[in-house]
Design a protein around this ligand. Structure first.
Ligand code: ZN
Length: 92
């Protein structure tokens, strides 16, 4: 079971959170073309490494967090508020 250290609530069980997506994806420019949008919406990497993700603490503070997690070991190296992430496109 994954346990995520929320900056405001402390160490909490994964069941309190909702995964909100890949924090590295960027929406293509409006003129990028249909192929770029299809890739943006449907194509996902499946990394076997460190991965930056959005997690929403739905059963706690309702804060949106950026979590850097290793996809094999589930070790977490960073948790920060989404409001502190510069230039990031946050999930809707
Ligand atoms: Zn929280």
């Amino acid at each position: 079971m994954l346990r995520i250290p929320c900056p405001w609530c402390g160490l909490r069980d994964e069941s309190e959170f909702r995964y909100r997506g890949d924090a590295t994806r960027r929406r293509p420019a409006a003129e990028a073309g249909i192929d770029a949008f299809v890739a943006y919406v449907y194509q996902r990497d499946n990394p076997r490494d460190w991965h930056s993700e959005w997690w929403l603490h739905v059963a706690g503070c309702r804060g949106l967090l950026r979590v850097v997690r290793h996809t094999v070991t589930h070790e977490i190296s960073l948790v920060e508020s989404a409001s502190g992430v510069q230039g990031a496109e946050q999930p809707r």
